[in-house]
Every structure is written in structure tokens, then in C-alpha cells.
Design a binder for this molecule. Structure first.
Ligand code: AHM
Ligand code: MG
Length: 343
């Protein structure tokens, strides 16, 4: 059987299964080309002078890396002239970017975290690009922030690229999750894993343990039970992994199961979490659910959350079904529930 490239996969999705229209196929092709360009920049690293921090910070007060800005520009440049988009929004930009009038305007909205895990850039640990595609609601021609504020269940496609030992692109257009690996010599993404499924049980968790003293009771309970191992209530030992790049942690969970948590914590009690709903939590939650896993804030399904701001943050707990269900149960069982902060 000949190799299936991303292009061929998308053409078949469009023509044989009718699961995506032609303009969405073209849009995803362009996004994948941008990811290849970002992979090249990441790969060159110090040789191209792209490591280190930029002078700027983003709207969320986080220091930007040079590669954050490069990846953001690559995605904007590649996608603005294709004619398939009405606007783009990025974790690294204060407000959304409307397609300039000199280019044709399409009906989709593209949202992205151009370089997730960028604190890992200089230490040569896997990083990635996360993206989400929405349809612009019908109505006026002009784009407004409100157009982006759709719950994650409305995403028509979502995915991420990981720039690691291999460059992989993981994609869903709503009928399962496919994993492609970049063949650098051929210059194309090749389908290497079809219909990825996450094991329902796991003995591996991912959380930044240094925040333990700040967590809420259900998370403390869950992790303490994992740490108690065979002698504890779970009667089995658990392993821990934390890459500090969500793309890499999610890749591991899609490959062998696990649970990933970046919950609300008391360090910044008025903030719902660290991760961004529109650029990180929603696309990852769609992928996880499409692969048979679950994604929750602890109190509600992430894909049901109706956003109220572009850069909104959220508590994230996702991965193997039975473990995520257990954490959600611990939240329910907690005596004094609190209202989830909304920013
Ligand atoms: P970023 O988008 O600014 O890189 O931040 C998101 C990243 C995630 O990839 C990762 O899971 C998390 O931040 C790590 O945070 P911490 O350093 O607090 O463990
Ligand atoms: Mg990120």
C-alpha cells in the first residue's frame, strides 16, 4: 500500500467521505505548510539566531520568545492570502487579525497558539503549534471578537504539530484523530497512525507537582491517591511525566494513555487556570474526545464552555476516560463547591 500523504488524506476526506468542504481542505493544507516552515526555524535554532527572548511581552503579561513571534508571523503570512479565512486570532496578539481587504475573504476563523511550550525552546525540548478552526457565524461581513466566542463543540477542525525528535501533525476534522509524520526529504506529512484511540485506563499522570500546595482539594485527593501506589486506595503504582509543553504531554497521552491536568490553583485565585480556552484547551479537548478520551474543567465538559473573551483561561483536566471521570467525581463529592473564576 502506498504512503498516504496529508494532501491525499484531505482530498479523500473531501471527495470520498464528504466530511470536509474544499475550502477547509485548502485551509488545512496551508496550516500544515506553515507548520513545516516553523519546524525548519525551530530545527535550525542557534544556527539561525532564533533562540532567546524577544523584547516584547504578550497581552497576558508573559515574556515572548523570538520563536513565538517568528511562528506567529509564519502562520499569519501563510494564511492571509489563501481566500479561505475571514480572520485569525493568536495567543501572541492582543486582538484578532482581520484578512486585509486586498485578499479575498473566506468563511473560516483560524485560532492558534503559534509556539506552545516556548519556555522549552532554548533547552531543546519538544514544542509545538496548536490550532483550531471555526466557521464565522452568518451575518455581517465585518468580523468581531464575538464571532470567535463559540464553544469548542463548534470547531470544524483542530490539531497540533509537535517539533520534537520527529515533527508530527495530529489532526481531527470531526471523524477521529489521525497522526502524520513529516518526511523531511519528501517535504510532506505522511499518515503514520490512523484513528488514534486513547486507552481508557492509565497509570500515568502529568501535572506540575510544584504547585501542589496551591491546588484545590479534589486534585490533591486524586494525586495523593496516585502517590500512595499499591498500598493506597488505588492499589496500583503510578508514574509521573511533565514536559511543560502541552503538545508533548498530549502526544504521549494519545500514544499510550494518561491524564494531563493544569487545574485552577490558589496562586492566582481570580484566574480560571493557566491555559487558554480558545488556543489550547478547545483544540486539545476536541482531539482527546475524538480519540475516545474526556476533557473537563473538573466541573463541566470543556467543549461546552461558552467563551466570553478571546484570551480567556480555563482549568484543564484531560486524557484517559476512566481517570478523568474519577477526577470529575472528586469535584462533585467535594463539600463546598466554589464558582469557577471566569478570567
Ligand atoms: P505557553 O503557551 O506560554 O507555552 O504556555 C503553555 C504551557 C503548556 O504547554 C504547558 O503545559 C504549561 O504551559 C507548562 O506550565 P508550567 O511551566 O507552569 O509547568
Ligand atoms: Mg501554549
Amino acid at each position: 500500500m502506498s504512503r498516504i500523504s496529508l494532501t491525499r488524506y484531505l482530498v479523500e476526506e473531501q471527495r470520498q467521505r464528504g466530511s470536509i468542504p474544499a475550502d477547509l481542505r485548502l485551509l488545512l493544507e496551508v496550516v500544515s505548510r506553515a507548520c513545516k516552515a516553523i519546524a525548519n526555524a525551530v530545527n535550525k535554532g542557534a544556527l539561525a539566531g532564533v533562540l532567546g527572548s524577544a523584547e516584547s511581552g504578550n497581552i497576558q503579561g508573559e515574556k515572548q520568545q523570538k520563536l513565538d513571534l517568528i511562528a506567529n508571523e509564519v502562520l499569519l503570512d501563510a494564511n492571509e492570502l489563501g481566500g479561505n479565512l475571514a480572520a485569525m486570532a493568536s495567543e501572541e496578539m492582543d486582538s484578532f487579525y482581520e484578512i486585509p481587504h486586498r485578499y479575498p475573504m473566506g468563511e473560516y476563523l483560524l485560532l492558534f497558539d503559534p509556539l506552545d511550550g516556548s519556555s522549552n525552546v532554548d533547552v531543546n525540548v519538544s514544542i509545538g503549534t496548536i490550532f483550531s478552526v471555526l466557521k464565522k457565524p452568518l451575518g455581517s461581513d465585518a468580523v468581531s471578537e464575538a464571532d470567535f466566542l463559540q464553544s469548542g463543540q463548534h470547531q470544524v477542525a483542530a490539531g497540533y504539530a509537535v517539533y520534537g525528535p520527529q515533527t508530527t501533525l495530529v489532526l481531527t476534522v470531526g471523524n477521529g484523530v489521525q497522526c502524520f509524520t513529516l518526511d523531511r526529504e519528501a517535504g510532506s506529512f505522511v499518515l503514520t497512525q490512523k484513528n488514534v484511540r486513547i486507552p481508557e485506563d492509565t497509570q500515568e499522570f502529568a501535572i506540575n507537582m510544584s504547585n501542589m500546595r496551591h491546588w484545590d482539594q479534589p486534585i490533591k485527593r486524586y494525586i495523593n491517591e496516585c502517590l500512595a501506589g499499591e498500598e493506597g486506595p488505588r492499589q496500583k503504582n503510578f508514574n509521573m511525566r511533565w514536559v511543560a509543553s502541552m503538545v508533548a504531554d498530549v502526544q504521549r497521552i494519545l500514544t499510550r494513555g494518561g491524564i494531563f491536568m493544569y487545574p485552577w490553583d490558589k496562586r492566582t485565585p481570580d484566574r480560571a487556570g493557566k491555559l487558554r480556552l480558545l488556543y489550547e484547551a478547545n483544540p486539545m479537548s476536541l482531539l482527546i474526545e475524538q480519540a475516545g478520551g474526556l476533557a473537563t474543567t473538573g466541573q463541566e465538559r470543556i467543549l461546552d464552555v461558552v467563551p466570553h473573551a478571546l484570551h480567556q483561561r480555563i482549568s484543564v483536566i484531560l486524557g484517559s476516560k476512566n481517570e478523568v471521570t474519577r477526577v470529575a467525581r472528586y469535584y462533585k463529592e467535594k463539600e463546598n463547591t466554589y464558582a469557577t473564576p471566569q478570567i
